[in-house]
Design a protein around this ligand. Structure first.
Ligand code: TRP
Length: 339
């Protein structure tokens, strides 16, 4: 099994990033390496230029994301951790696959439609071909599995379509070049909402810092934010169904369950009938207990630019070594002459 997954480098990381993608990556690392497989994780910095961006922020966000991944438990000795920009084979393969991908396929991508909006003429070409780079990301390594949340399912389908068409068009039937990557359903993907509004996702761009728990928050700040989190006056129900229509309560219970590694029902079995006066301090303590060690490592690592760059450099070397044979075979299959 070979898993390949990418994440766009964003700054101001918070609990939502941790309980969403990052913790899944750590869980997959443990699971897959125990089964003798391998995980390749990369920062999709080349994808980040498809939208307007500030170069200095891209640099610092890339390093910050590496610090967060390592602080959360990604082990660069066991997983291959790198950034796309240091493995030019991604961009090269994308170009080669641009000959196979069809305009019609890309036109149907919902992310393209959403992000370009009404202003398609003004959108970057990179935004349009974003899914082809994403296909190159995984096909380059002959990934067997790609973890996908709902928003990325369509991109994985496209990668499979490109691989299939390329194999059909340019390979002998008994010698396909590209592995068709299968979706890998990640262990658990918690969707964490704002502490001020249970209907909005926890986000770095929310103007209120009280809406999120940052990876840099200390214990006092975390306790304070939980105490001030929006709730309702009712006690907690003893079953999950009782949380319907109570978005804030549901979110806090979900956070507790995700951190404690149990189910919402198990949390409610313990706290059902209790008010938030009792639940919030318990949640705050659990958050501090689980996040304090991560936050401390993150804050230390984040300052150590040299160490972060060394991690990316070493990971990129390993990634290049895996990428080159497939890329060379692709050039050859297309009839391109290489020295
Ligand atoms: N587009 C993905 C996202 O925004 C990131 C990504 C880029 C990715 N390349 C990938 C994910 C390859 C999985 C595999 O979340």
């Amino acid at each position: 099994m070979r898993i390949v997954s990418g994440i766009q480098p964003t700054g101001n990381l918070h609990l939502g990033n941790y309980l969403g993608a990052i913790r899944n990556w750590v869980a997959m690392q443990e699971q897959i390496s125990a089964e003798g497989g391998e995980c390749l994780y990369f920062l999709a910095d080349m994808h980040a230029i498809s939208m307007p961006h500030t170069p200095a922020d891209l640099t610092s966000n890339t390093r910050e994301m590496v610090a967060a991944l390592v602080a959360c438990g990604i082990d660069p000795e066991r997983s291959i951790l790198f950034n796309q920009a240091q493995v030019p084979q991604h961009a090269e393969l994308q170009w080669l696959l641009n000959g196979t991908a069809r305009m019609g396929w890309l036109n149907r991508m919902t992310q393209w439609k959403d992000k370009a909006g009404k202003n398609r003429e003004g959108a970057s070409v990179a935004l349009f071909t974003y899914p082809v780079l994403q296909a190159a990301d995984v096909l380059l390594y002959q990934a067997t599995h790609v973890p996908v949340g709902d928003d990325q399912k369509q991109h994985l389908e496209l990668a499979r379509d490109i691989a299939q068409k390329f194999n059909n068009d340019f390979c002998a039937e008994d010698a396909p070049l590209f592995t068709l990557p299968a979706p890998y359903i990640p262990p658990e993907a918690a969707r964490i909402m704002s502490l001020r509004d249970g209907g909005a996702k926890m986000s770095k761009s929310d103007p209120s810092d009280m809406s999120r728990i940052n990876m840099t928050d200390d214990a006092d700040t975390i306790m304070q934010k939980v105490k001030k989190a929006k709730t309702d006056p009712e006690p907690l129900p003893s079953e999950k169904a009782g949380l319907e229509g109570r978005a804030e309560a549901k979110n806090l219970v979900s956070v507790y369950a995700a951190l404690a590694g149990t189910s919402v029902d198990a949390v409610l079995a313990e706290f059902g009938g209790e008010g938030f006066g009792k639940f919030k301090p318990a949640l705050g303590e659990l958050l501090v207990e689980k996040l304090a060690p991560i936050n401390q490592r993150f804050v230390e690592l984040r300052r150590d630019t040299a160490a972060l760059d060394a991690i990316l450099k070493a990971g990129s070397e390993k990634a290049r070594a895996l990428a080159i044979p497939t890329l060379e075979r692709t050039y050859t299959a297309l009839g391109l002459v290489r020295g």
